[in-house]
Write a protein that binds this ligand. Sequence first.
Ligand SMILES: Cc1cc2nc3c(=O)[nH]c(=O)nc-3n(C[C@H](O)[C@H](O)[C@H](O)COP(=O)(O)OP(=O)(O)OC[C@H]3O[C@@H](n4cnc5c(N)ncnc54)[C@H](O)[C@@H]3O)c2cc1C
Length: 387
Amino acid sequence: MAVSDIVVIGAGIAGSGAAFRLASLGAKVTVVERAFPASGPTGRSSAITHAFYMMPELSQLAIRGCELLAQMPELTGHPRCITQVGMMWVMNAKAKPAWEAAVERIRTEGARIETLSPAEFHKRARHFAMDDIAMAVWEADYGYADPHGATAALIDGAKARGARVLNNSVAKQIHLVGGKVAGVETEAGEQIACDRVVSAVGVWSKRFLGNHGIDLPVHIERHPMAVIDAPGEALKIMPFSWCDDAMLHYARPDGDSRILVGTWAGGGTGVRHGELERPRFVAEPEHYDEVVDLDESAEILRHAVPRVPALERLGVRKGYAGLYDMSPDDNPIIDQAPGIEGLYLVCGSSGHGFKLGPAVGEAVADWAMGNKPKLLDAFSLQRFAKA
Ligand SMILES: Cc1cc2nc3c(=O)[nH]c(=O)nc-3n(C[C@H](O)[C@H](O)[C@H](O)COP(=O)(O)OP(=O)(O)OC[C@H]3O[C@@H](n4cnc5c(N)ncnc54)[C@H](O)[C@@H]3O)c2cc1C
C-alpha cells in the first residue's frame, strides 16, 4: 500500500494548484486523475483572466491566481502560459455606479484597473458600436491563458517537488476510520493511505461525493462557444479579452487566427442576467453534446454582431461546448466536508474558476496544512444551509 500525507483527487486547474502548493510546502502528495491533467472542463476553458469581481474575496483570489499564472516560467521552468492582451468590459448606465465602486476597491487590492469614458473606449475600439455604453473598465495586465499549458506547469511543478501523479486513475472510494479520512482506493484497486484528501473533481463532484453521503447543492450546465475564423486579423477585430455586460456576450482572440465568442450571463462577477436563456442542464458529465453547430453559433453571435459588426463577414467554424459546475450563488464552494475530518472540498466554480484555480488550490492546500486563509470563510458550504 502506498502512503501519502494528502491525496488530491482531480487534476483540473484547482487540483493542480493544490498539488503544486502542497508539494512546495513539503507534503507527501499523490494526485489521482481519471484521465490526464486538464482533460475536464479546464481544458475547454476560454481561460480569460481578470481581477474584476463585485465580491472582494473573489477579486483577491483572481489577483493571486493570475499572479501565479504569470509566475509559472520562474516557478516551474515551463513556457509562459498567459497572453496579456488586456481585458475590456463595457456596461450600461444602470450598472455603472456599482462597477465604479468595485473598480476603486480592486485598485486598492493591488490590480491595475481603470474606468474609461465612452469616448476613451471608442478611441481603443473604433469599429465597436457604442449603443448603450455608459462606461468601460480596462485591465491592462490581464487577457487570457493557455489552460493546458497552465495546468501542465502546475502538475509538473508539483512532480518536480516530489508529488506522485497517477493519470488514467479513477478514485473510487475515500475510506474513513472513525469519521476521519484514512485512505483512497482507485478503480484499479490501488490503496493509498493518507489522512487528508482534497476533492477537486469539478463537474463530477455531486456524483462522487454523493457516493460518500455528501449532498452538494450543485448542478451541471452546458456552455457553448462559437469559433470565428479570422486568420491574420483576429487581433485587429478583437484586440483584447472582452466582456459586454450590456449586450450579454464575451469574447477573446485566440492568437491572431480565431476569435472565441460566448454568451455572458454574468455569474461570478456578482451580476446575473436573468433575461439570458439558461444553458441546458446536464445530468452526467460523460454525456452531453460537445459540438456547437452553425445554428447554435448563430444564436451566440446574435448577441455579439450588433456590437462588433466586423464579425459578420468572417467564417464560422464548428464550435464546441464545455461544462460548468454551478453552485446556487454562482460562486465556488471551498470547505471541509461536514462530518468527515480531513476531507476538503473544492467545487461549484460556476463557469469562472479558471483564473481563480491556482489561488483556490493554494488556499485549500494551506488549509489542509493547518493554516486556513480567512477569505475562505466566504465560500463555505454552510452558506446554502436551509434556514
Ligand atoms: C467553455 C468554457 C469556458 C470557460 N471560460 C472561462 C474563462 O474565460 N475564465 C475562467 O476563469 N473560467 C472559465 N471557465 C470555467 C473554468 O474553466 C472552470 O471553472 C475550471 O476550469 C474548473 O476547474 P476545476 O479544477 O475545478 O475542475 P475540472 O476542470 O472539472 O477538473 C476536475 C478533474 O477531476 C477529474 N476527476 C473527476 N472525477 C474523478 C475521479 N473520481 N478520480 C480522479 N479524477 C477525477 C477530471 O478528469 C478532471 O480532470 C470556462 C469553462 C468552460 C466549460
